[in-house]
Design a binder for this molecule. Structure first.
Ligand SMILES: [Zn+2]
Length: 101
């Protein structure tokens, strides 16, 4: 898991790459979604969730498209619930183990 902080060239805010979503999303999904390929609803860019830019200053995590900066994923972990907003992702292609069917 790469948690190196980098600087956002557009907004100059610190963010982490989408690999940091692996832990929080593993609590909700049985598969590792950092390897899933998502399509941005804003610009149509397709790429791995791991390449999203994740900002953690808000209450929760906000993952933005590296091309157009639109919000693709929002995740807020409460005490006993998780609120997940995927409306910025027009689709997710999730790799699965072919031998597990
Ligand atoms: Zn985009």
């Amino acid at each position: 898991m790469n948690v190196n902080r980098t600087r956002d060239e557009v907004s100059d805010e610190a963010y982490q790459d989408g690999n940091m979503l692996g832990g929080p999303l593993s609590e909700i999904f049985a598969v590792d979604l950092t390897g899933a390929v998502g399509s941005c609803a804003g610009c149509g860019r397709r790429g791995p969730v791991a390449q999203l830019r994740v900002y953690d200053r808000a209450p929760g995590l906000v993952a933005r498209c590296p091309r157009c900066e639109e919000v693709v994923i929002r995740l807020v972990r409460g005490k006993d619930t998780a609120w997940l907003d995927l409306h910025g992702a027009s689709s997710l292609t999730i790799p699965l183990d072919p031998s597990a069917t």
